[in-house]
Design a protein around this ligand. Structure first.
Ligand code: ADP
Length: 398
């Protein structure tokens, strides 16, 4: 097939890629370049059941990683099959609610939006520039993580702050994980055998970053992540919602610098901060099962805050088709799912224990009892959404 899409997800020190058939989601080749900008930089490519890992040579950067990938594609007669490149871009602000063909203006906008996503947008732009150099005329499309949430009404996305902060500086809730929430809701609609436009769903993406989204008639109407990925439920290393007054207390009474507080809330809190062990849910579950009190507490806070967020989003609906769990924890942790559902009995969520034990490691299905509100485990596939939307965007042009 000459219509493959190369999907690129570029972080500050990593570059994840997959070459995909955008129609059926088949992965032709996938891989990861990691530890970029360090002497340990390495690229791993999985192709035809084989996995190769090669150390990258100086200057160990994104451009070198893409160059290596292009050489590999050329050598295996795959380069000509690349119809277009789809980039995951974290922040599209209010400007981008659709897949967007990348040109000079779009790159400038992505750069300007770095104010709102200083850790992500500059890295995404680096990936775009490196791909441009290597692929020259191949069209590139940006798929924004915020785009799916651009349908939120003002009452959901505005904070109770002086209005001019929104008008003058764009301070509002944007939300993230949009491609993931969109994908799993589309899958749920297929299972419900009705168009997504007729589905009312709450979707919980629980990975290292976590978010809950209310999807009404196929559109995002509220989501837990905010201006930044710090708002909402508790996460692996991020606190989620706290009283904003805690920040003043840490600075004014306890003498922390703003930089330290930023680091504490983003990197030292959440599951890691409470458990004092790890941000990895598996490690914490194991410790909890061996009687570790802090680990048990971390899981209790984590699940309660997610259940509370799900319950609060039900005020958007008069009827609900179901709840979705996705992301590394949502797809695999029967323990967390069970804890969350046990706190949502009033909304008629009742776990089917056997189904909950079964739906793990890539399995998809309902884990609720037959007379309960459905609760599906659905493995996410953001890469496929990026490939599909890139392909569709280019075919719109013609
Ligand atoms: P990211 O947000 O970085 O994409 P993932 O979606 O891969 O993260 O999720 C990572 C989280 O999933 C980690 O906390 C990990 O412990 C958790 N996880 C993965 N497998 C399991 C499992 N079998 N049981 C419990 N948690 C799991």
């Amino acid at each position: 097939m000459q219509n493959n899409i190369l999907v690129i997800n570029c972080g500050s020190s990593s570059l994840k890629f997959s070459l995909m058939n955008p129609v059926n989601g088949q992965i032709i080749l996938a891989g990861l370049a990691e530890c970029l900008l360090t002497a340990e930089a390495v690229i791993t490519i999985k192709h035809q059941e084989k996995k190769i890992s090669i150390a990258l040579s100086d200057p160990f950067d994104h451009e070198v990683a893409i160059k290596f990938l292009v050489d590999y594609l050329t050598e295996h007669q795959l380069k000509k099959s690349v119809y277009a490149i789809g980039h995951r871009v974290v922040h599209g602000g209010e400007k981008y609610s659709q897949p967007t063909l990348i040109d000079e203006d779009v790159k400038i906008s992505i750069e300007q939006l770095s104010k709102l996503a200083p850790l992500h947008n500059p890295a995404n732009l680096q990936g775009i520039q490196a791909a441009e150099k290597a692929f020259k005329q191949t069209p590139q499309v940006a798929i924004f993580d915020t785009a799916f949430h651009q349908t939120m009404p003002k009452k959901s996305y505005l904070y109770g702050l002086p209005y001019h902060f929104y008008q003058d500086h764009g301070i509002r809730k944007y939300g993230f994980h949009g491609t993931s929430h969109y994908f799993v809701c589309k899958e749920a609609a297929t299972m419900l055998k009705k168009p997504i436009e007729q589905c009312n769903i709450i979707s919980a993406h629980l990975g290292n970053g976590c978010s809950v989204t209310a999807v009404k008639q196929g559109k995002s109407v509220d989501t837990s992540l905010g201006l930044t990925p710090l708002e909402g439920v508790m996460m692996g290393t991020r606190s989620g919602d706290i009283d904003a007054g805690v920040i003043f207390h840490l600075v004014e009474q306890l003498g922390y610098s703003l930089e330290e507080v930023n680091n504490i809330l983003n990197k030292k809190s959440g599951l890691l901060g409470v458990s004092q062990l790890s941000n990895d849910c598996r490690t914490i579950e194991e410790a909890a099962s061996n009687g570790n009190v802090q680990a048990t507490l971390a899981l209790e806070i984590f699940s309660y805050r997610i259940a509370k967020s799900i319950a609060s989003f039900t005020c958007n609906f008069t009827s609900l088709d179901g709840l979705i769990f996705t992301g590394g924890i949502g797809e695999n942790s029967m323990f967390i799912r069970s804890l969350i559902l046990s706190q949502l009995a009033l909304l008629n969520f009742h776990e089917d224990k056997l189904a909950n034990e079964t739906m793990r490691f890539g399995k998809q299905g309902n884990i609720a009892q037959s007379d309960s509100t459905p609760c599906w485990v659905i493995p996410t596939n953001e890469e496929w959404v990026i490939a599909e939307q890139t392909y569709q965007r280019l075919n719109q042009e013609q």
